[in-house]
Design a protein around this ligand. Structure first.
Ligand SMILES: *[C@@H]1O[C@H](CO)[C@@H](O)[C@H](O)[C@H]1NC(C)=O
Ligand SMILES: *[C@@H]1O[C@H](CO)[C@@H](O)[C@H](O)[C@H]1NC(C)=O
Ligand SMILES: *[C@@H]1O[C@H](CO)[C@@H](O)[C@H](O)[C@H]1NC(C)=O
Ligand SMILES: *[C@@H]1O[C@H](CO)[C@@H](O)[C@H](O)[C@H]1NC(C)=O
Ligand SMILES: *[C@@H]1O[C@H](CO)[C@@H](O)[C@H](O)[C@H]1NC(C)=O
Ligand SMILES: CC(=O)N[C@H]1CO[C@H](CO)[C@@H](O)[C@@H]1O
Length: 502
């Protein structure tokens, strides 16, 4: 009887919850060519569909299975899916890549179906845009379709995320993504962090701003002061972060942590992989460099070292590797596949360790499943992600440049010691200990913006977004105090001089 009452209460509650926000039309703009980025927003799209909303998604990765009330504008024909090389990803090169991508993103506005949509006068109730370097280019679409706009950041953080929501980034304890430091920095690390942050700020403010201004003039016919101002209409930003998993920082109410949202329910593992795992007497190690890195650029030499290290392990190894390989050298305990269901494999009790490039999606899946990691970071936020895991003593790293057989072998054995598993189980528990699941959190705040459309633009951010540089840095106040002082000194000096003359 009790359970019937409970079930009834759940049904009534769900019905009420669904009824709360009426069916809305939502435009999703995710221009990324990184499939892993789109994977982060997909669960939100499907939950919003469950709740009766209609969604049009502009994406490179339309769902294979059709679903009622979900339509796509497939832009995959437009942009080549270039992959990252495994070397030479310095800061200058990264910025060049960002600028180059910006022009490519802008061509999406000329895509016939996108252009037709923008001319059609069709209205939406909400725009969800990927929060990345592409956001400034697509932000004005919200005005065109007369909807509020929210950002969705597939990474932990992004250089201008705080600024857009009206908060300063304090470089004394907030590391840039591009540095190998956490929130506890030595004097030298703070110097490095300050210089890198300033460099990022300057390059975006000077180089990126001019690129964005040009795109605005050509595509929207509007003037814009700065990249930050182009995103001033964002009502909130959801981010793939959770404070207990990474670092606790102050956050304005408009930055909503939904870290782990992409981790969907477990599915059964394909038969051949399942057999391979179940026949392993000493457990299994997984290896993957993710979907954005070109595995071909790994090179025969590094591959040799990796396989040599694996051949010395008593564990079995499943390796995701999608490139030409030297088959004759494959050790007996290694299975190479072009793709594997990473999240499901990580959850298998016999899988002991993940050797990964430490992309954020992989890191979160590893924490979700409570397995230690060997991080081989290659570019961007991966160095930072690895560093965070090292600090928490749940991972060991091998420098990609010095990826040698014995180093990798030692790192694997170190990470397999009990300490790392114990620490990772604790981190897993901290990650799970929250009032609502990441997906529920994302749905709540998305519908919150829809419900409060008219107010949402100012509701969750501080007024700092509207202050000038000199206002928000109190330069005018200092001037107001200093000027009379300087004038007073000047007048006193002049008077003294005159008195002395007489
Ligand atoms: C599609 O949306 C309409 C509301 O616009 C709703 O009545 C219908 O049930 C939805 N269909 C599905 C399968 O969710
Ligand atoms: C922000 O919103 C205002 C008012 O709706 C609009 O005039 C302006 O063009 C928008 N800015 C951008 C960059 O979309
Ligand atoms: C980052 O710091 C760790 C030590 O905490 C070090 O082992 C690692 O090699 C460093 N990585 C890079 C890319 O500098
Ligand atoms: C495979 O590896 C061996 C030994 O390193 C080498 O001699 C041979 O050329 C390689 N074959 C291919 C197809 O790369
Ligand atoms: C939002 O504002 C418009 C015009 O200012 C008004 O017509 C509309 O009813 C408002 N919507 C809500 C939900 O308050
Ligand atoms: C001071 C410091 O730790 N600087 C590091 C910043 O990050 C780079 C890697 O991207 C390291 O090489 C530096 O040592």
């Amino acid at each position: 009887m009790k359970s019937i009452v409970f079930a009834y209460a759940v049904v009534v509650f769900c019905a009420l919850a669904v009824a709360q926000t009426k069916s809305s039309e939502i435009l999703v703009i995710f221009p990324t060519t990184a499939q892993s980025h789109y994977r982060v927003v997909r669960p939100l799209i499907h939950r919003l569909l469950d709740r009766g909303h209609k969604i049009l998604a502009i994406t490179n990765f339309p769902d294979a299975v059709e679903r009622a009330n979900l339509s796509h504008i497939d832009i995959s024909g437009l942009k080549p899916h270039s992959k990252f090389e495994t070397n030479n990803n310095g800061i200058i090169r990264s910025i060049k890549r960002v600028i180059g991508n910006t022009y490519t993103y802008a061509t999406i506005l000329n895509h016939p179906t996108v252009a037709k949509l923008l001319r059609s006068g069709r209205k939406f109730d909400l725009v969800i845009a990927e929060f990345f370097t592409s956001t400034p280019i697509f932000a004005p679409i919200a005005t065109v379709v007369d909807a509020p706009i929210v950002g969705f950041c597939p990474m932990i953080t992004f250089p201008w995320m705080n600024q857009v929501m009206g908060m300063e980034t304090t470089v004394s304890y907030m590391p840039t993504l591009l540095n190998n430091s956490t929130d506890q920095m030595t004097f030298l690390q703070r110097i490095s962090n300050t210089v890198k942050s300033a460099f990022i700020e300057v390059s975006f403010n000077w180089i990126y701003d001019s690129v964005i201004r040009e795109i605005y003039k050509n595509h929207y016919g509007i003037q814009t002061e700065s990249t930050i101002k182009t995103m001033a209409n964002l009502s909130m930003i959801m981010t793939n972060d959770y404070h207990s998993m990474f670092l606790p920082f102050p956050k304005p109410p408009g930055i909503i942590e939904v870290g782990g949202i992409h981790v969907v329910d477990e599915k059964p593992i394909p038969q051949d992989l399942n057999d391979f795992i179940n026949n392993a007497d000493h457990g299994v190690v997984l290896f993957s460099l993710g979907s954005v890195v070109s595995e071909a650029s790994l090179g025969a030499d590094k591959l040799c070292h990796i396989l040599d290290a694996f051949s010395k392990l008593k564990q079995r190894v499943i390796m995701k590797f999608d490139a030409e390989k030297n088959k004759t050298q494959l050790p007996a305990n290694v299975k190479i596949v072009k793709w594997f269901p990473q999240r499901d494999l990580l959850a298998h009790p016999k899988v002991l360790l993940f050797i990964s490039h430490a992309g954020i999606m992989s890191v979160i899946e590893t924490i979700h499943c409570g397995k230690p990691m060997v991080g081989i970071p290659i570019f961007g936020d991966q160095i930072f992600n690895t560093k965070l895991l090292i600090e928490k003593q749940v991972a060991v790293t091998v420098d990609y440049k010095h990826l040698e057989s014995n180093r990798l072998f030692n790192a694997i054995n170190e990470a397999l010691t009990e300490k790392y598993t114990i620490n990772m189980k604790k981190l897993q528990q901290l990650y799970n200990d929250r009032p609502h699941s990441p997906l529920e959190t994302a749905v709540y705040w998305t519908e919150y913006v829809i419900r409060n459309k008219n107010e949402s633009k100012e509701l969750l951010k501080s007024q700092k977004v509207h202050l000038n540089f000199y206002q928000s840095n109190l330069i005018d106040i200092f001037a107001a105090f200093l000027l009379p002082l300087i004038m007073a000194i000047y007048i006193i000096q002049r008077t003294m001089k005159r008195l002395r003359k007489h």
